[in-house]
Design a binder for this molecule. Structure first.
Ligand SMILES: *Cc1c(COP(=O)(O)O)cnc(C)c1O
Length: 384
């Protein structure tokens, strides 16, 4: 029955198949933690941090409980005060704005570049005021924002840079002098997430922070652990945000496979590119000239208001798709600001109506890719 449509098995991300391929190693690592009972701050947490430091080239890696906490702890460690302004892209996941609001900092939205979906550097400088303290570039969908330009602006105006690397762990940015650096290691602090569906995902929540500054590393570590360096001696207000030993043990195994996982995602992207590039109503992802793309998402733009019809058409054929993100932050009830009505951030608003992300993961088969791309071709050839 080889010509049966594979639709029943198509998923945005197939974590089960991925687990089964490395089951023995994972199960052994988990059992080791279970038998040690060192569930909090066990040896694996330190070991994984070391491995990740090696992998990313970051000076320091500080693990924590999730990517949202990582952002919050970063803002706290930089000593940002209520009322301070932080510039961030309006086309992003809510976590970035959420932590600013929680700390009574002011999120200052900027639009994104229509080609790469990352912070539009031309918009940054006219958002800077006397209260601006930091810029948060988000390396959306898997490639780095224009870091060289962002770092120049930050230096000129004495601003911190916090990179949100949750979708781009492993992406490599090349500076104009030829220097290459990994996402998260270029700004003052980088933050990432090990949410199960991220490129390096654990089996629950997890996160980490990167920095090259020893003093900042100390502060990040202290804040993540109730503001204490010595148990029961609290130097600053902190939070309880730790990476579980079990998750660290799982991540230690999976990190070894990250380069292979990255290649698998890039192969899926290349297949999609080749099959879909010629369809005039589709805009395939634009590759940055300065960053590799680790394809956390493979995101198309669909012109002429056909995005939702395509989504429905694919759904009826058992092909899941996702919209990242359907409602821009400035239209979210929790983050509305009076001055930003419709048309305030035209690129982001247009993206929210045009983007669609296709299934992409480390276990996709050519059969599945063929089925998905044929269905997309069928949709457009029917003059829909
Ligand atoms: C997933 C994600 C986060 C949050 O990570 P959690 O671990 O879910 O808290 C933050 N920023 C971006 C861009 C993300 O994609």
């Amino acid at each position: 029955m080889t010509n049966l449509a594979p639709s029943a098995s198509i998923q945005m991300v197939d974590l089960r198949k991925q687990y089964l391929r490395i089951k023995n190693e994972i199960d052994t690592a988990i059992e080791k933690v279970l038998l040690s009972t060192a569930f909090i701050q066990g040896k694996e947490v330190q070991d994984f941090s070391q491995d990740l430091k090696q992998y990313t080239g970051a000076g320091y890696v500080i693990p924590c409980a999730n990517g949202t906490d990582a952002l919050q702890i970063a803002m706290m460690a930089l000593g940002l005060q209520p009322g301070d302004e932080v510039i961030l892209p309006v086309h992003t996941y809510v976590a970035t704005a959420e932590v600013l609001a929680l700390l009574h900092l002011k999120p200052v939205f900027a639009d994104v570049d229509s080609q790469h979906f990352t912070l539009d550097v031309k918009q940054i400088e006219n958002k800077i005021t006397a209260k601006t303290k930091a810029i948060v570039p988000v390396h959306l969908y898997g490639q780095c924002a224009d870091m060289e330009a962002i770092l120049v602006i930050a230096k000129k105006h004495n601003l911190y840079v916090i990179e949100d690397v949750a979708q781009a762990l492993g992406a490599v940015y090349t500076f104009s002098n030829g220097d290459k650096k990994q996402a998260g290691t270029m700004g003052d602090i980088g933050t990432t997430s090990f949410f199960p569906s991220k490129n390096l995902g654990c089996y629950g929540d997890g996160g980490a922070m990167f920095t090259n500054d020893a003093t900042l590393a100390e502060k990040l570590k202290m804040i993540a652990n109730h503001g204490q360096k010595i148990k029961y001696h609290h130097e600053s207000i902190g939070v309880n945000s730790r990476l579980d030993t079990l998750q660290a043990a799982i991540l230690q195994v999976k990190l070894k496979y990250l380069p292979e996982y990255e290649k698998a995602r890039q192969a899926v992207a290349a297949y999609y590119d080749a099959s879909l590039a010629s369809i005039s109503q589709i805009k395939i992802p634009v590759r940055s000239k300065t960053s590799t793309h680790v394809f956390h998402q493979y995101t198309l733009r669909i012109a002429n208001g056909k995005r939702n019809a395509l989504k429905k058409f694919l759904e009826e054929r058992g092909i899941p798709t996702m919209i990242y993100y359907p409602v821009p932050l400035h239209f979210q009830k929790a983050y509305q600001q009076e001055q930003f009505g419709k048309g305030s951030f035209p690129v982001t608003e247009q993206l929210s109506e045009e983007v669609i992300s296709l299934p992409i993961h480390t276990e996709m088969t050519e059969n599945e890719l063929h089925y998905i791309t044929q269905a997309i071709k069928e949709f457009f050839s029917n003059g829909k």
